[in-house]
Design a protein around this ligand. Sequence first.
Ligand code: ADP
Ligand code: ASP
Ligand code: MG
Length: 415
Amino acid sequence: MTATEYEAVPAVGPDSTGAQAGTPEARCVVMKFGGTSVADPQKLRSVAARLVGAREAGYRVVGVLSAMGKTTDELLALALEVSPAPDPRELDMLVSVGERISCALAAMAIVDLGHEAISLTGSQAGIVTDTVHGKAKIVEVRARRIHEALDDGKIVLVAGFQGVSTTYEVTTLGRGGSDTTAVALAAALGADHCAIYTDVRGVFSADPRLVPDARPLRHVSFDEMLEMASSGARVLATRSIEVARSHNVKLHVRSTFEEGIGTWIEEEDDGMLEKALISGVVHQREETVYHVEGATRARLFGALAEAFVNVDTIVQTGAQIVFSAPPEDRVAAARTLDELGLEWSSREDLGKVSLVGAGMKSHPGVAAKTFATLEAAGIESPIVSTSPIKIACHVPTVDVDRAVRALHEAFELGG
Ligand code: ADP
Ligand code: ASP
Ligand code: MG
């Protein structure tokens, strides 16, 4: 796998608290807006006004935009109407268009507000990736063109979710990839911080759409956020947190539609106000679970890695290996297992509920309480896996919502 390298990763001041802090003159801020935030012309104009507000406060402003509303889903569905297994290169050519539309429209709106703006594709912005279509990784940011536009006083709009590969092809970064674009740019530009504007007020103790009394979290460490994101809290793409952590980019998740303090994601420190036992309960409704007989581990997981299958939980008992992987990797996983000539079966009826919290490391009894809660709710959990700050239980998809609510209540996470 290619290592992530940036042209420049300047240090970030330790004590700034956002756009109002310090002297803004020389500072750069990267502001990312998700699909719901740019869903229609009126919302795009509001986003333009927000970017202009930051510019008028003296910042060098880079906006990273997602595709409008459900555009990416619609483009993917369109591809499937034309071809049952779309060619990966052509699929990237197609879906990368959504983000370009948003950026061009936002640039027009900014010009109407009396400011200068330029929209750039991922390629024009110097986002260089590896060659894996559909889930490319950023290997370098060649930010010269962005710097020049910023030096000219322009607001720069970069199409999220995409780049150009080392072999000059258009690539996309995987679902939710605009977050990663924003963080990589913030790292390369030495931005004060990276603001992720979305349709909720921040990171919550559970998906606020599922648990109405979920509590907004003020601070979350990179480690916790990585576990939360990789276990299904889709508010931030997992890869974006990896990049933020390795380049120490502070992330501020906040609402596009209302003012509020939002959530800061940064390095854990002893002064963090909430070093809670459990920070959140996160879930994913679907995860394919594979049962494989008679394979050697090295050969099996080597082949899956070569096919870019993102293996999650692995359990081995005797000759049987059980592992899970996201539903979107189903075709690649099945092909790999068949090519290895293995006897295998899969289950599509399971999802996963995970408790995440840095305080778990030093407190016994979290697993016991988790199992007791699920048992009391009559929910079976055939696979359990843990990390020092996470307990993950696979449960039937039909029980996922109930399991999240029961655990959120049992650990008194509501507010
Ligand atoms: P965007 O389009 O802005 O990138 P996403 O839909 O990717 O937004 O992510 C925001 C959504 O993440 C929210 O609408 C919320 O339903 C969901 N979500 C899941 N878990 C959490 C959580 N723990 N905290 C906040 N949001 C969460
Ligand atoms: N538009 C892409 C998606 O829907 C990328 C993103 O929104 O971050 O996954
Ligand atoms: Mg997203």
